[in-house]
Write a protein that binds this ligand. Sequence first.
Ligand code: SF4
Length: 488
Amino acid sequence: MIQVICSREDYLYNAYHIVKAFYPHKEISSFVEEKASNYVLVRFEDGQEVEVSAQAEESGEAFCCPKKDKKTEEAERMLKKQLDKKLYRILSERTNKTLSWGILTGVRPTKIAMKKLCEGMRKEAFLDWSAEEALVSRKKAALAWEVAERERGLLEQLDMENGYSLYVGIPFCPSVCTYCSFSSGALSDWEHRVEDYITALCRELEALSRMSKGRHLNTIYIGGGTPTTLSAEQLKRVLSCIDAYFSREKLLEYTVEAGRPDSITRGKLEVLKEHGVTRISINPQSMQQKTLDTIGRRHTVEEVCDAFYLARKCGFDNINMDLIAGLPGEKALDMEDTLKQIRELGPDSLTVHSLAVKRAAKLSKEEAVSEDIGEMILAASETARQMGLVPYYLYRQKNIAGNFENVGYAKVDKAGIYNILIMEEVQTIIAVGAGASTKIVLKAPVDAPGGKRKKKTNLIRLENVKAIDAYISRVDEMIDRKGEWLWH
Ligand code: SF4
């Protein structure tokens, strides 16, 4: 096991993730060992050590002062960056590798590009700045910039003053895929509670619509899980409930994830159409049958094609498809073949994920990281562009295979606005259902709740309980928690 030892708690996060990015297959532990200096020490399995230290520009006492002023905070930021860059360079030399996202460990690199764009920076200056300050490759910086420019155009359509978005979580799936990091359950285990779940969901929807009277609903996203695991009748119940409580006057987009092709029927697609759903997602993840079998998808490639053509017949003109690069056993050639088949189908948007393996998933990390992942991502990006799809949102995940990123490509008028909102966190998203995460954007910053250090924030995150039974029995508590913060 590799050990990452830092002199301060707040160095740990970046140091751990930089080491992890260079050694994705290794187990890594991290802890604090206080000494007088500012340092990060990496101890390798063979006992070798590298130590990185940084020189504070101000006296050590300044960093212990509980009342930090802006100057001190900036000095701290610079110090951390100094450590990150030194650590990166040492590990890069040791491994003979470079990381395309440099020292960026956050999940939203486009937020940085968006900030610089809004400050008036030009593209070339941003590429230079990213290379110098964060060691990001020019290619990735250009991608982040392109996405930020597109996001800005799309966000301009929204009502930032009075608008909000709604997420509805359906935590059931036909079966649980081996790589899944969501907290969804197999329908067969929960069939007896589905109706109670919908009742609780409707209760939460009704209460939140009351709290949001006079506000404008801009996007709706029903995800999960796999919402189309519900029967046509159950889907109708959920969608009718949304119809009854929420106005569509200012609605720009209504998405339902019909993720698993084995859950899609004509009857369900007709219900979605009748209730005004504008965008659906049919997700093959791979068009290789051997891979689908390995990862427990329990559907065929043929079913993906059938579901896609059925959705087109039912009138859906905005269909997204998700792919995952780096699935176990897949090589660049498999991705090439998958992309060829996707091209023949011609979806309106394509989201390409790099496999992220969280603790909950059953795959081991070693299984997950494919040598060909860089090639796969490049091929996907080229195919997307050949299909007339341009990148419009991008995010990274912790433990993502090969330190890559997830990118959404879409036809110019078919981008998923909700996906951008999740990344940019500029509009309130009210989320209902088990495990759903609400993000409330406040008008003025407040003290961040729960943090050890007094930080200010204007973003409040509230998570509903994940367990389905607990959600059903505690739905009123979930409503009250949101009521404490909504529209203050
Ligand atoms: S369909 Fe999606 S949410 Fe359901 S188990 Fe598979 S990956 Fe997880």
